[in-house]
Design a protein around this ligand. Structure first.
Ligand code: GRF
Length: 198
């Protein structure tokens, strides 16, 4: 059974581009049905349209503090598109337990650190401040705790002398573009064992 994948983003969508491209590979167990954003102006929406993928936006701002109402609208649109698998790809809204439970076992995220290190924001600066020798990225299933949940894959990069948060982020992003498609393909095929790319 081919899975119907929605991708949620807030920004430029470079990971989304790689996920969509990967789903065009022969025999891929998923197809992209929707790219959705909380920001109607997100650059990733135009990039998805250019690749022929349906897009949608639910602006979070009119919902104020009512995150449950915002998420109910997200779920309604996702289900109307037939999505049964969600990839968070730079989606910058924290999700409530209710939304996560609804999609649990069907929702992946990519985080730019070697989890369990550096959950949350500013991961690259924190790795540099700690004097770490390496950094990387993690794809995991989404559970209610932030940047937690079963790990599906990790990729590592060296930290080089003179690195800035920006130079390190750029090196990690290259690996995100390899790791996320690899993990999506395995997950959509029912594989749950993590992969570690060096
Ligand atoms: C990536 O670094 C991802 O790890 C983080 O947000 C960024 C999204 O980048 N969660 P892009 O929009 O995919 O280019």
């Amino acid at each position: 059974m081919t899975r119907s994948c929605a991708i949620l983003l807030s920004g430029g969508g470079s990971n989304m581009v790689q996920l969509v491209k990967s789903m065009a590979e022969a025999g891929h167990p998923a197809r992209p049905v929707l790219v959705m954003s909380n920001d109607p102006g997100a650059g990733g929406l135009a990039r998805a349209q250019a690749m022929g993928v349906a897009t949608d936006a639910v602006d979070h701002r009119p919902f104020g503090k009512d995150r449950a109402a915002f998420e109910a609208e997200l779920t309604a649109r996702l289900e109307a598109a037939g999505a049964d698998l969600i990839c968070l790809a730079g989606f910058m809204r924290v999700l409530t337990e209710g939304f996560v439970r609804h999609w649990e076992g069907r929702m992946l995220n990519i985080h730019p650190s070697l989890l369990p290190k550096y959950r949350g924001l500013h991961t690259h600066a924190r790795a540099l401040d700690a004097g770490d020798a390496e950094a990387g990225c993690t794809v995991h299933e989404v559970t209610p705790a932030l940047d937690d949940g079963p790990i599906l894959g990790q990729a590592r990069v060296p930290i080089l002398s003179g690195d800035t948060p920006e130079s390190l982020a750029a090196r990690v992003l290259v690996r995100e573009h390899e790791l996320y498609p690899a993990c999506l393909r395995r997950f959509a095929a029912g594989e749950r064992h993590p992969i570690y790319l060096n």
